[in-house]
Design a protein around this ligand. Structure first.
Ligand code: ADP
Length: 210
């Protein structure tokens, strides 16, 4: 199964992606994570990536597409889920040259709710779990005891910029995948479990059709 998860910044893609991949044995391909890993490698590209991401801009389409293509080519599970890709029509076109999704899930989240999630979001620097600041008992991850930090792009100002870019660059993807008959919209203003159940319903229908 090949899934694309679409949605604005901090709409909850990462959390749902993890749960879907566990349930259906899929490789989770998060372009945000791939980029943050590249930054840690301290190569010539790292500084440039850090600058782009912390300002809320998008990384160049060709760099992203190469990363995704490489990751898909080594994918050994029952498929994959793309989290954060494609983000532009150019990326969608480049992706269509080498693969095609079975379903595209759009997570629709209220903007103010997404902003409040950004303000309280912390990440485990080790296992990458997304955590809420008020649920942390100390500065360590409750899952793996790793150190907890903040993402370089999780500020209110950068969120606004990312939101604007999403509306301009990524919203056309909704129409594109809708016209291809692949799009399912799921509202994500409720609990993690409620949203996950809605996603499972759509994926079960898809499996029955196959
Ligand atoms: P979120 O899920 O909160 O929107 P991500 O972790 O997916 O954030 O992405 C963080 C940042 O990484 C983006 O704001 C952008 O700078 C960069 N990035 C991630 N995916 C892509 C992509 N497909 N194309 C261009 N830039 C990307």
């Amino acid at each position: 199964m090949k899934i694309i998860l679409l949605g604005g910044p901090a709409c909850g893609k990462g959390v749902q992606a993890k749960k879907i991949c566990e349930k259906y044995n899929l490789v989770h391909i998060s372009t945000g994570e791939l980029l943050r890993d590249k930054i840690k490698q301290n190569t010539a590209l790292s500084e440039k990536l850090k600058e782009t991401i912390s300002s809320g801009n998008l990384v160049a389409d060709n760099i992203i597409c190469e990363l995704v293509k490489e990751k898909i080519s080594t994918c050994q599970k029952d498929g994959y889920l793309l989290d954060g890709f494609p983000r532009t029509m150019m990326q969608a076109n480049l992706y269509s040259e080498f693969d095609k999704p079975d379903i595209v899930i759009l997570l629709e989240t209220d903007k103010n709710l997404a902003l409040s999630r950004v303000k309280s979001r912390r990440v485990c620097l080790n296992c990458k779990a997304s955590l809420k600041v008020d649920e942390l008992k100390n500065k360590h991850c409750p899952y793996c005891s790793g150190s907890v930090g903040t993402r370089i792009d999780d500020t209110a100002e950068v969120f606004e910029k990312r939101y604007e870019i999403y509306k301009m660059q990524s919203a056309p993807l909704i129409k594109y995948y809708g016209d291809l008959g692949l799009l399912v919209k799921i509202e994500n203003n409720h609990s993690i479990e409620e949203t996950f159940n809605e996603i499972i319903k759509s994926l079960s229908k898809l499996k029955e059709l196959k």
